[in-house]
Ligand binder design. Structure first.
Ligand code: NAD
Ligand code: UDP
Length: 334
């Protein structure tokens, strides 16, 4: 299959590229490198043994995307390109709607013009808001409280409308929980610019001495140890979930949404302990105030993905921590 991967130089996209290409598919990456580096393309090639096709450009540019689709006879699209920082989206909502929603619109127009009828979209568990029950299933009420979450929900809703008007179209919205970890080679991984917002990249930077300590946001949640609980999923499992989604779309059309998690939650303190165990480094931390907008506990009901996509995460928490540490150790040495 010829697959267009938007945002394929990013953290998740690079892992999806590796899994896709390792299974014999051809990956055509479009990325404007606004949050990634060109060298990722070489690292993908090093892992897989052949290079992906790469275009530096914006996913919202209709003529450009249409040309890429036509030139490479694209069968399916995996749309990962977008901005992803919740905090930044509160400060700069216009940029988030412009890049995420208008970007998706440009891509969708180009797909329609070239009759591409299969799309996997990177959505997020953030669209569920504060869980009303656990585990969170796909029918859970949606409640977004920031521009990032709303941009994801708008795109999901747009896709639903488009599927009604174009019955031949097949769309899967994958609602990611908390992707962590890296490819076992340590060549690709999560490399945020500036101060990391997410837990794992911050922990990793504390472990290698780039930051003094971790601030644990809240120690008084109604969870077993008082710290926030999340459903962390290995990025390689997540990447394999995309291939399962594409396979499903080869025989199904219409609009679908699936949670992508492991179905179990770990607290911040459990994550720290697991990481210390794998890295052999101490992670100094201080319990600080809760972070605004955080929920106490969130983990996925994963039955729908298991049943429909025939896919389930298999990698352990230890794998998540050791691979993240391997990636950071390689970066620190470089
Ligand atoms: P990332 O920032 O590492 O990757 C996104 C990539 O898209 C980057 O390489 C960036 O340069 C590119 N990009 C952004 N806007 C673009 C545009 N207009 N045109 C072309 N390229 C563009 O992020 P990630 O963690 O790999 O996330 C991928 C997707 O998954 C995003 O849509 C994100 O919202 C979603 N998601 C991520 C998480 C997470 O925790 N990482 C959780 C839920 C959902
Ligand atoms: N967290 C933390 N310190 C940090 C970053 C995150 O204590 O520096 C906590 C956060 O409060 C949440 C968990 O770690 O309970 C996961 O946060 P992350 O930002 O990685 O993911 P999300 O908030 O999107 O679930």
């Amino acid at each position: 299959m010829n697959v267009l991967l938007t945002g394929g130089c990013g953290y998740i996209g690079s892992h999806v590229a590796v899994v896709l290409m390792s299974e014999g598919h051809d990956a055509v990456i479009v990325d404007n490198l606004s949050n990634s580096r060109r060298e990722v393309v070489d690292h993908i090639a090093q892992i897989v043994g052949r290079p992906p096709t790469f275009y530096q450009g914006d996913v919202g540019e209709f003529e450009f995307i249409r040309d890429v689709i036509r030139r490479h006879r694209i069968d399916s699209v995996i749309h990962l390109a977008g901005f992803k920082s919740v905090g930044e989206s509160v400060q700069r909502p216009l940029q988030y709607y412009q890049n995420n929603v208008c970007g998706a619109l440009g891509l969708l127009h180009a797909m329609e013009a070239e009759s591409v009828s299969s799309l996997v979209f990177s959505s997020s568990a953030t669209i569920y808001g504060d869980p009303q029950y656990l585990p969170v299933d796909e029918a859970h009420p949606q409640h977004v409280i920031n521009a990032y979450g709303r941009s994801k929900l708008h795109i999901e809703d747009m896709l639903r409308d488009i599927c009604i008007s174009r019955p031949s179209l097949g769309v899967i919205c994958l609602r990611y929980f908390n992707p962590v970890g890296a490819h076992p080679s340590g060549l690709i991984g999560d490399r945020p610019n500036g101060i990391p917002n997410n837990l794992m990249p911050y922990v990793v930077q504390v472990a290698c001495g780039e930051r003094d300590f971790l601030s644990v946001f809240g120690g008084d949640y109604r969870t077993p140890d008082g710290t926030g609980v999340r459903d962390y999923i290995h990025v390689m499992d997540l990447a394999e979930g995309h291939v399962a989604a594409l396979n499903y779309l080869s025989t199904n059309n219409g609009w679908h949404a699936f949670n992508v998690g492991t179905g179990r939650g770990y607290s911040v303190l459990e994550m720290i302990r697991a990481f210390e165990g794998e890295s052999g480094r101490a992670i100094p931390y201080k319990i600080t105030a809760r972070r605004e907008g955080d929920v106490a506990c969130s983990y996925a009901d994963i039955r729908a993905a298991a049943l429909e996509l025939n896919w389930k995460a298999t990698r352990s928490l230890e794998d998540m921590c050791s691979s993240a540490w391997r990636f950071q150790s390689r970066l620190s040495k470089a």
